[in-house]
Design a protein around this ligand. Sequence first.
Ligand SMILES: NC(=O)c1ccc[n+]([C@@H]2O[C@H](COP(=O)([O-])OP(=O)(O)OC[C@H]3O[C@@H](n4cnc5c(N)ncnc54)[C@H](OP(=O)(O)O)[C@@H]3O)[C@@H](O)[C@H]2O)c1
Length: 445
Amino acid sequence: MNEIRDAVLSGEATPEDYAHIPLPASYRAVTVHADETGMFEGLETREKDPRKALHLDEVALPELGPGEALVAVMASAINYNTVWSSIFEPVPTFAFLRKYGRLSELTKRHDLPYHILGSDLSGVVLRVGAGVNKWKPGDQVVAHCQSVELEDAAGHGDTMLDPEQRIWGFETNFGGLAEIALVKANQLMPKPAHLTWEEAASPGLVNSTAYRQLVSRNGAGMKQGDVVLIWGASGGLGSYATQYALNGGAIPVCVVSSPQKAEICRAMGAELIVDRNAEGYRFWSDPATQDPKEWQRFGARIRELTGGDDPDIVFEHPGRETFGASVYVARRGGTIVTCASTSGFMHEYDNRYLWMNLKRVIGSHFANYREAWEANRLVQKAMIHPTLSRSYGLEQAGQAAFDVHRNLHQGKVGVLCLAPAEGLGVSNGALRDRHRSEIERFRDV
Ligand SMILES: NC(=O)c1ccc[n+]([C@@H]2O[C@H](COP(=O)([O-])OP(=O)(O)OC[C@H]3O[C@@H](n4cnc5c(N)ncnc54)[C@H](OP(=O)(O)O)[C@@H]3O)[C@@H](O)[C@H]2O)c1
């Protein structure tokens, strides 16, 4: 492993050098264990502690199959899916691995008693499998987390519609929170040259998701002038949604829960901000009953901020707690686009507001190959910036996931894998210098 790390850090190793570095038989990886999925039984979601469930194990290097690549992971990032996996909610992810393992001889590799998590990476290609021509050892890459088989016509127009669509490192094994990762070569994209390893690793999953959800015609198809209500506007998804709204000439209304988070949104260029904590919205008067008066108060506040406009688009992910309010405040003919249900997946809303006012609810999930590529291209061009606030070592991945679970973080939380320190891996210093303040905006806040 040291030889691999040294080759990357030297910056001088050739593709031939990489191809000749012997691969280790095992490597360190962040895992959950199949025999521990019951460890949090009887606890409230909030009390389930990722630090107890996440392990740093020495694991066997998987066999490389056709169309795949083994990547030396310099850095990765925490996504909420790692939180879900580590608290075994809504279901232990071993069920996904078992199902995938039944698909073919090759996918059997994924069905193991440990699950290597992580759906983001930046790093260097070590080996490619048969049939891979676009990438070679030594290429500096990031990976998106869309894993598809594409044997069925259903996914040929939009790869998210493939019946065998999976999120790598969540519904497959061998994820990015590790020293080496196994990906399908079609997941690879060029690493943005002006970013450090940890910055480059951080946008992948959330940036692609926000792009499809908000910008793509498969999602809300945002246009200039749209008022976009963004829940969690300084969080993982929201910090990218806010950038897309501003870049695309829309008007973000950012919902956050502290003055500090409001300040980050202002620094990104947003002007209309709701501090949901300070304004004390209680959309549920008890766990079974919503309070439409609170929806109205929230809607009135949005109109006050926008000068009378209701949101054309509501960027939804908190789910049960906010969904009723989101449906209520969307404008007549507006769109509620949802990709998650952090606070609960059984949503309730008053359907009269939906049908009488001709609103639409759109479900969105990650991004297809093309959308992920387009989202990464915007990062490469420094038109969308990483929102990394801090990084942990691989040994502290549990703490990193705990921070996200408890909403103690801003933007994205990074994890250094083979990178020995932060700040390495930049090869286009001039582009970085032009955007340094935007790239580092979330750092240490
Ligand atoms: N389908 C997909 O492809 C996909 C992709 C990425 C993420 N997701 C899901 O999307 C959700 C958010 O992911 P993320 O990476 O953005 O997480 P995150 O970094 O934790 O950000 C979410 C933000 O939402 C706000 N929030 C949380 N609970 C809320 C509530 N009950 N009411 C109002 N606001 C609330 C918080 O911001 P404030 O406290 O500042 O309001 C929080 O920072 C997760 O459930 C994740 O699994 C789905």
